[in-house]
Design a protein around this ligand. Structure first.
Ligand code: GLC
Ligand code: CA
Length: 588
């Protein structure tokens, strides 16, 4: 036992040393055009509700995050993105904002926010907040005014359809029990538009007064010193306010229609000119509904709009979808997965810049979705996916808890769920007499709450997340999967994440190197190279639970392994042969 541990430690020490000596050469530094801090950053996303509770009410809060800043710093990440922390009745956990300039009561006060930002900046960490401006909460003062009468000055802050004109043309709602995005309101005998829940009415961006108010609110946060915004469903903001029936070419695809409003890019450019361009900040658009050939319209620097956009295409892989959110019985096709990442990489070419992520608060846990969460492979496959995220071309967005290898909780009962999305679909299926069990089975794989369970700090009650009752159940595996235990193990998923972050930091080639896919039809292995100024690295990732080979036109004779997720080298030294979920990076 002792001997094994010694060897493990030794391997870690060697790999770390190897990683450290690959620092960028001067030549690399100088010859790279358009270097930007946000291209070189690793972003760590925190769902504040579930990170750390400081006062025992069962809900994570800002003071909780403050108490863990040293931990976050120890990961080596550069930027923290926080999901919404503004005043909200929390129907959609903060994505329904009732006051953009106040902090959510459960999360703390503005003084807490100021000390959080201060504590981050002192440690060299940057802060990105969520900008949710497609809609507000129905509790927002603007909406209360707007709905009160047809002549109220705030009436046109939202979209209203007078009932005497008949029923408005169908618009689909993502979070409505009836899937209907028009809600009738008797106060003024009119329907209002809500792409999400009824309590999330859509703002009318065609009204210049609305845009003015939003820009001033953005400046308020930038003047406080925040370092950027992640922009919630930003492609949806502009609407054709004549509300015609869904044009033919969008039939069956409301998402794409919503992302193509008539003045979208005009508004983003205006936002850039009036606000963004005045600060050294980063912006990233939630790319819902945006196809790869539209992506450059958001991020081409010449257009002066935003910096980055999430690619949503990969999120649908392995899912059949439909009302029950059925899974594809063939699972996720790795060939497709590779194709999508490769296509998006080529879109950005020389001018744009991509993003890489495998998990967030709208997705299940990455190891369950893309790896293997069985006890045998949970750690190995987590490390393999971490290797992918940190060796790809594009800014990596890493979701809190994935560094521990946290996996889906897979609730059996609807009563354990908290998410408006799951609850509303369940209600809808119930009302229409559908198969509830089928839906619940699928939710074990894809429900958003799987990614929202509390962070697992240690082996004490509730994983050390709270001294009270957590707002959502803690994953029962916390006794083994937690930060305290993983700190002590040099081979833990956590320490592997740290090593990979350092590896990326020490090798500018991992940030700026050209990406090339190899062995594209291999259904088991993802192989690619990164190349910069004559240096070349090869990344090999086995996405299966069995041994698999890469078939490459590459001479491996002088190849040197720099890092990998197995602590012992294989008995048979064939660099192109990979053990289950093995991940290796070679210098060629
Ligand atoms: C985005 C958010 C999601 C939220 C929705 C409505 O997709 O990521 O969490 O529910 O927008 O704001
Ligand atoms: Ca709390």
């Amino acid at each position: 036992m002792k001997v094994r541990k010694y060897f493990a430690l030794l391997t870690v020490a060697i790999l770390t040393a190897m990683a450290a000596c690959q620092s960028p050469t001067k030549k690399d530094d100088q010859s790279i055009p358009n270097r930007k801090w946000w291209k070189e950053a690793v972003v760590y996303q925190i769902y504040p509700r579930s990170f750390k509770d400081s006062n025992g009410d069962g809900v994570g809060d800002l003071k909780g995050i403050i108490s863990k800043l040293d931990y976050i710093k120890s990961l080596g990440v550069d930027v923290i993105w926080l999901n919404p922390i503004y005043a909200s009745p929390n129907h959609d956990n903060g994505y329904d904002i009732s006051d953009y300039r106040k902090i959510m009561k459960e999360f703390g006060t503005m003084a807490d926010f100021d000390s959080l930002l201060n504590g981050m900046h002192r440690r060299g960490l940057k802060l990105v907040l969520d900008l949710v401006v497609n809609h507000t909460s129905s509790d927002h003062e603007w909406f209360k005014q707007s709905r009160s009468s047809r002549t109220n000055p705030y009436r046109h802050f939202y979209h209203w359809w007078p009932a005497e004109k008949g029923k408005p043309a169908k618009r689909y709602s993502y979070f409505d029990v009836d899937n209907n995005a028009w809600k009738y309101d008797s106060t003024t005998n009119a329907y209002y538009l809500h792409y999400f829940a009824r309590s999330q009415p859509d703002l009318n961006w065609e009204n210049p007064e609305v845009r003015k108010k939003i820009y001033s609110m953005m400046r308020y946060w930038f003047d406080k010193g925040i370092d950027g915004f992640r922009m919630d469903v930003i492609p949806f903001i502009s609407k054709d306010t004549t509300f015609p029936p869904l044009p033919k070419k969008y039939h069956g695809n409301f998402l794409h229609y919503y992302a193509n409003g008539p003045h979208l890019h005009q508004y983003l450019h205006e936002m850039n000119q009036k606000v963004l361009s005045h600060y050294d900040i980063m912006t990233v658009a939630e790319g819902a509904g945006v196809t790869s050939d539209e992506a450059m319209n958001f991020v081409d620097p010449k257009r002066q709009e935003l910096n980055m956009l999430y690619n949503f295409e990969v999120m649908g892989l392995g899912l059949k979808g439909g009302e029950y959110r059925d899974l594809d019985s063939n699972g996720v096709s790795l060939v497709q997965f590779k194709k999508i990442y490769t296509k998006w990489d080529s879109v950005y070419g020389e001018r744009g810049w991509g993003t890489i992520f495998l998990g967030n608060h709208d997705m299940p846990r990455m190891v369950t979705r893309w790896g293997n969460d069985s006890p045998e492979y949970r750690e190995l496959s987590s490390k393999m996916l971490t290797t992918f995220l940190l060796t790809m071309h594009g800014t990596p967005y890493y979701y809190f808890g994935d560094e521990l290898g946290m996996d889906n909780i897979k609730f059996d009962s609807i009563s354990d769920y908290r998410d408006i999305e799951t609850l509303h679909i369940y209600e809808h299926i119930k009302e229409t007499g559908g198969d509830l069990q089928r839906f619940l089975n699928n939710e074990k794989m894809i429900a958003r709450d799987n990614g929202r369970t509390p962070f697992q700090w240690d082996t004490t009650a509730n994983a050390g997340f709270t001294s009270g009752t957590p707002w959502i159940k803690v994953n029962p595996n916390y006794k083994t999967v937690n930060e305290a235990v993983e700190e002590k193990d040099p081979n833990s998923t956590l320490n592997y994440f740290r090593k990979m972050v350092q590896f990326r930091k020490n090798n500018l080639i991992m940030v700026y190197g050209k990406y090339e896919l190899l062995d594209q039809d291999n259904p088991n292995v993802y192989a690619y190279t990164r190349e910069l100024n004559g240096r070349k690295m090869l990344i090999l990732l086995n996405f299966t639970d069995h041994q698999a080979d890469a078939h490459l036109p590459v001479n491996m004779k002088n190849a040197k392994q720099l890092i990998g997720n197995y602590s012992k080298t294989a008995e048979k030294e064939n660099p192109l042969s990979l053990r289950p979920y093995e991940a290796k990076v070679y210098q060629l």
